[in-house]
Design a protein around this ligand. Structure first.
Ligand code: ZN
Ligand code: ZN
Length: 154
């Protein structure tokens, strides 16, 4: 399993292999030591049961999608279709726009789920069975506040 540990001080993302993770990692952004408590399930890639960074046990699932990439496809499609529209080829313009949206949908549908920790926003990718529920705003509000109080950000 691959972990993207989020530094609680500067929000940098630090990639960690769960299989051979050290007891602590040092943040490349701010130099903070982040202790890791990797559970047996996380180490063996069977489940995400406990967050190695914040020790929380609440996670949600989201599509592993880079919004910037999707937006680029739509913008490029829109630009090309605007060009055709300018020259009075409406039909071509609309079909290019439609196919850009379609490409987006296909890319989105093929993406795998990523598990995210509600508290520290660390991300987990691997072959394990996805068991976490979808994102819930209320849960996120409660848990993030609790975590930020604990680490002294609020
Ligand atoms: Zn940092
Ligand atoms: Zn966490």
């Amino acid at each position: 399993m691959e972990i993207l540990a989020k530094c609680s001080t500067c929000d940098a993302g630090l990639p960690v292999h769960a299989g051979d993770a050290p007891a602590a990692i040092k943040c490349g952004g701010c130099g903070r030591e982040i202790p890791l408590t990797i559970s047996e399930s996380v180490r063996t890639d069977s489940a995400v049961d406990r967050c190695p960074i914040c020790n929380g046990a609440d996670f949600y699932i989201r599509k592993d999608f880079d919004p910037k990439l999707g937006l680029t496809v739509v913008i490029i499609g829109a630009l090309i279709s605007a060009g055709f529209y300018w020259f009075g080829r409406d039909l071509i313009a609309y079909s290019i726009l439609a196919s850009a949206a379609l490409i987006d949908l296909i890319v989105y549908g093929r993406l795998r789920d990523v598990t995210v920790c509600y508290r520290c926003h660390s991300e987990f990718r691997g072959a394990y069975e996805r068991r976490a529920p979808a994102f819930d705003l209320h849960t996120a509000d409660v848990l993030e506040l609790e975590y930020e109080r604990r680490i002294g950000r609020r």
